[in-house]
Design a protein around this ligand. Sequence first.
Ligand code: SF4
Ligand code: ZN
Length: 309
Amino acid sequence: MDDVIIKWDTPQATSCGCGSKPVYFRRYEGNYYCEQCLIHQVEKRFRKTLADNNLVEKGDKIAVGLSGGKDSSVLLYLLHKHFSNVAEIIAITIDEGIAGYRDRSIVQAQKLAGTLGMEHRIFSFRDAFSINVDEIKTENYCTFCGVLRRQLLNKAAAEIGADKLAIGHNLDDEAQSILMNVVRGDFTGFQRLGASGHDGFVRRVKPLRDIPEKEIKLYAILQGIGFYDSECPHSFNNVRRDVQKMINDLEEKYPGTKMQILSFYNKSRVNTKTEKEAMCCKICGSPSSHNLCKACELSGRIDVLQNSP
Ligand code: SF4
Ligand code: ZN
């Protein structure tokens, strides 16, 4: 049995620990949860990750990366629900210029920010890099898009004077990122993961990293949080997708795999804290392990690609 959403109207032989009708089966644990208990579980984990890693402090100005998808929408909702009285929260959206995809998710992002009555700013690749992702002549859009988006998010957060940049990475994303860095042999990237890190001008925090993707999706549905649910048209040629499939297969066969990958990472990180002296990119000043940061290196390659016959 998969740990999927149980249909509301299906009679179940078992019940939630509180005696109510279950809507979710947490397979790696063997427990069923009703709507209210699942909502409570998600919020409890969110608060624990924040508390354990000291991710939000009184008086913080927090920029929240909001794409309009389920993860970032739930993140904004939760931060607003639990911290709007102690912190200033501003939603920021990056428009990479992906027709039929990002334009639609932005509409959803605007709707949510409007409903919550929050300030929302949009930063585009067009303005920052003079190009849309759709226009880059490449087979591998994600290499450019991912790195440039990361840089623009950092810059946007710095521009609005944020103390923290919160992003909606869930447990599945985090487990994928860990293995992707292993597959690429990227130890610097590996070390930069975690609940909190300084890989830009602003401290990056991931309050949802201990919550499985399925639980976030169900939380959004149960709380009536509207989100844009579609895949980027460029995601077909994507290492993350392959790693995602591999981890999901492992999770199916060995429930708890995603949690174990994260737990392994957390333990290993404690022992690998001897990071190199922080260097800065010679062009933009972002923290970088080389003379040029990845974003400036790729920006140069875009020019070459665009001007090639
Ligand atoms: Fe960008 Fe790739 Fe993500 Fe699409 S799938 S938004 S191209 S990183
Ligand atoms: Zn219950």
